[in-house]
Design a protein around this ligand. Structure first.
Ligand code: M1P
Length: 254
């Protein structure tokens, strides 16, 4: 596809963050940030759709709240917290959606499950209740970067998160909850349908060609649903360099 086929009027490039624009939980490179918000943004509208909450997304974009204006769209928590042109447009509440009784039943079960897990080490902040989702972290989100990698490698061998997701799916099959392995150390939980496709609702009234770029596009990955959605043209990437090279091809500049 040449550059003439793309325009800001009708085209959006929507990016996952971890593993797509940045290394997992790392900051985007200044060069790549500039390329996106100057060159790419001149040709198409650009947006982020991340599983993380807004604080973590802005941290990784490295420019504070300025990033909310530099990008046409910032969809945090899969789009449950949605910004366009620097303005908050919509936000969702998981506790309201499922109700406090079910939230408490679920939280108690998760705490019980985690308390029986033996891992190389545990830190703090095992459950993070965000606006539109819950994030469960067996090692604890306050682990260091080294401890994060250690858990990630341990999990590849012992399938701690896969087993927990399987168990949660069985225990809570009567509910509307969806479980997804998004990053390296945690599990995201949200009502069914509140995956990254939720962000596409934002474009439902205006015909828009949406290119989605993500690294976790296989079944079970948190980019899978939006990648295969018929409203997007999906691109599987292997990291920031690969994302840039696919974009340069799409924009007609190799
Ligand atoms: O890549 C998106 C994920 O990033 C974090 O995952 P982890 O800390 O496990 O690497 C979390 O914010 C998670 O919610 C999010 O989906």
């Amino acid at each position: 596809m040449g550059s003439t086929a793309l325009s800001r009027n009708d085209t959006v490039f929507l990016f996952d963050l971890d593993g797509t624009l940045t290394e997992p939980r790392q900051t985007i490179s200044p060069h790549f940030y500039q390329y996106l918000v100057s060159e790419v943004k001149n040709k198409v509208r650009i947006g982020i759709v991340g599983g993380s909450d807004l604080v973590k997304i802005l941290e990784q974009l490295g420019n504070g709240e300025k990033a909310l204006k530099d990008f046409d769209y910032v969809f945090a928590e899969n789009g449950l917290v949605a910004y366009a042109n620097g303005e908050l447009k919509a936000t969702q509440s998981m506790s309201k959606a499922i109700g406090d009784d079910q939230l408490q039943e679920f939280t108690n079960y998760v705490l019980g499950y985690l308390s029986k897990l033996k891992l190389p080490r545990k830190r703090g902040n095992f459950i993070e209740l965000r606006a539109g989702m819950m994030n469960i972290c067996p090692i604890g989100r306050s682990c260091s970067q080294e401890e994060r990698i250690e858990f990630y490698e341990y999990d590849k061998i012992h399938n701690i998160r896969d087993k927990m997701v399987e168990d949660l799916r069985q225990q809570f099959s009567h509910t509307n909850l969806h479980f997804s392995i998004g990053g390296q150390i945690s599990i995201d939980v949200f009502p069914k349908g509140w995956d990254k496709t939720y962000s596409l609702n934002f474009f439902k009234n205006v015909p828009t060609v949406i290119h989605f770029f993500g690294d976790k596009t296989s079944p079970g990955g948190n980019d899978y649903e939006i990648f295969k959605d018929e409203r997007t043209i999906g691109h599987t990437v292997t990291g920031p360099d690969n994302t840039e090279s696919i974009m340069r091809q799409l924009l007609g500049r190799c």
